[in-house]
Design a protein around this ligand. Sequence first.
Ligand code: TEU
Length: 586
Amino acid sequence: ETDPAWWKEAIVYQIYPHSFADSNGDGVGDIPGIISHLDHLADLGVDVVWLSPVYPSPGKDMGYDIADYRGVNALYGTMEDFERMLREMHKRGIKLMMDLVVNHTSSEHPWFLSSRSSRSSPKRDWYIWRPPRFSPQGARLPPNNWMSSFRGSSAWTWDDATGEYYLRVFTEEQPDLNWENEEVRKAVYEDMRFWLDKGVDGLRMDVINMISKPPGFPDAVITEPGRFLQPAWSAFTNGPRVHEFIKEMHREVLSKYDLITVGETPFTHDVDTLVKYVLPEEKELQMIFTFELHDVDGVPRIPLKPRPFHLRDFKSVIDKYQTRVLEAGGWNSVYLENHDQARSVSRFGSGEEGGSEGRERSAKMLACCHCTLSGTAYVYQGEEIGMVNMPREWGLEEYKDVKTRLYWNEVLNPRETEANPNPDMSDILSDLAHKARDHARLPMQWDDSPNAGFAPAGATPWMRVHEDYREWNAKEQRGREGSVFGFWKRMIAFRKMSPACTYGHFHQLAPDHPQIFAYRKLHRCQRLTVILNFSSTPTLWRLPEELASAASTHKIVMGNYEDAVKIDKDRWVEMRPWEAVVWEED
Ligand code: TEU
């Protein structure tokens, strides 16, 4: 049994600053905007805020390209604003977790400016520089066949001035730091202490499983025959020294503070591989984010390509983390959304098709699922009010994300010919409508005033506001107990009172059922049974024999319908559309 800890029981709320609240009317969210909405978070029951990057950045990847690890982006405010925000959070008992993005910097970071200035720069070796290869015909080729993780180009960029390639696994403007160099590691640790000494309470570590690259930079295995560039996730994740580096970081920095830490680790789905990051005795991280759930409705190697959602896949991913990771002694992060993923109601719930009723019901059903799983729970801004993807009809011009643009161009370029200068791209637009990262980045819907209360009237929000804001907004929902927000609030309160939610042993009841997700959560003397209908159709589901006496011994403790679920004498439970119920055994 796992030891209790504050960071295990915490409800973490992710703020994506660009889209949260704009106080000064420039169309971009900012720190004073965050401060003005802290009561909303306190009301919801949030314990920790994970703040996506607020550092100075040219914004090529929305702040995940950092030009100064110790500053605050002027778009968001000043260091004084930041410190005030931290005080205001602490006053409300909310801790702050910052985003640590140190696999790469911005190409505008002074370290990189120096590194690229000449081969003899003292910072040359702070990044990863390699000479070109040449084809038999004498054409210059990058050092290996790695494709950028955003696809559409090599992971290497040629630098004419110094005659070498540098590695940049994401965009050209995000050169990878060379973690083999001890000076780099020391500099990163210094920058981490800068924030932790200010009183920051935790760190979310961007693609932390990519900081160690394989020596010799071998070619990636060919998975897309007929072309030079190959997807290379497995080549640049979980490298040979990654655990050594994270242990060092723990020894030098993390161990000196009482923190919450979570590592982002794409392409790390194998239990033995992933638990190494999170076993307490390894002294590395408390938990990680993997993207297995992201891929249940996507094609892993082509991240913006959707595939149909099947509940069975969803259940088996959840089952694996709920059972095997915990049995192995690890700890989970539980999340359904973040700033890189489409909205959960659109992916797993009714979406817009279900009308207001289906949307509200399914958002609550997902909240019930979310809040009854073991691990630390992460809620993404807007999830608590059931925000959905942007409408299908919106065109490419509403998508701003660099990853979206690169994917689009990768498909467009070969289609665009002299004979066909305007190829049909509707299939790709439909991919985007399902899977683009942009959906999560629409402005937060605070109220029914112009710009949804995200920005003052007259301002032009940096992304288009969803038209449904008059009906779907935080203000309306806070005033109505039966709202999605009201349900989230109750669900969070229930989770906090019910250790079986956070710590319980998970036991699935009907793994093969195509519509019902049912499980028990057992912790000491608390026994919960959770039944969720992941469909818009009424579904009869028969309780297993072991729960034969349930109808008489269980009481309904949570549910998303006013009246109790029906169960007959033969143990058939009549689950209404998107129904969620939690029973507790007396
Ligand atoms: O994301 C890592 C990453 O690879 C994601 O883009 C992943 O592919 C995505 O979840 C699936 O669509 C992190 C940040 O969260 C992301 O915003 C950054 O763009 C990226 O690192 C580079 O810093």
